[in-house]
Design a protein around this ligand. Sequence first.
Ligand code: OAD
Length: 237
Amino acid sequence: MVRYQNIVILTGAGVSAESGVRTFRDNDGLWEEHRVEDVATPEAFARDPNLVQRFYNLRRAQLGTVEPNPAHRAIARLQAEHDGMVTIVTQNVDDLHERGGAREVIHMHGELKQVRCVHCGMVHAWQGDCTQGTECPSCGAKPALRPNIVWFGEMPFHMDLIYSRLRACDLFISVGTSGNVYPAAGFVAEVRRLEVAHTIEVNLEPSAGVSYFEECRHGPAGTLMPGLVDELIGKDD
Ligand code: OAD
């Protein structure tokens, strides 16, 4: 395989599916029995903060019951063993890339294991439950803390950094994302527009953006990613 210098890997819910984390769009539009607009919007939090806190407390607790799968480990191995730069950008709010061995992960939709104070803006690492009665450890306000998650209608995190890595990459790989949610769904078009990088989709089925990719590998990420990583680091030569 061609040797690449700067690789950007975008991951979505499909990369964690084999770990037992439910995807968003494979369950009749429901996310863990809830409509997205009832739990993942600023309006939902304003209307019923206790429901939203409970929902994310459950998701955070669920992280303790799941383990990284071969796709997470393969991506971490690429980051560790590849000669050039490997940027992992994830839409996932779980910590499975990190627990699979990845060292730098850009969480564009936030992280379950963080909360943010709506008064002082401080972000805190968080393990257990968070409620409307929990004080901000920095400023003492309450209610003050919300999940540090990007809800629908909010701006994703780290976009300048992500676009600078996209502009510099010569290989873009999308893994386990349906290509329905922007701006991540638009990354492949941006990379194609620049005409400097090869593009590969790895997904269970063709995504909404499949026609933008020059190369597609369809099947479970846990099966396909170890082989792709072997090719990229030259282990299949
Ligand atoms: P989706 O649920 O939209 O898509 C998951 C994709 O993974 C689908 O195309 C599945 O076919 C595929 N898939 C499922 N199992 C797989 C496997 N074992 N191997 C490979 N692919 C598999 O999830 P995302 O695209 O990540 O945003 O969704 C994007 C965003 O929409 C999420 O980050 C979330 C959501 O609403 C926010 O919460 C802001």
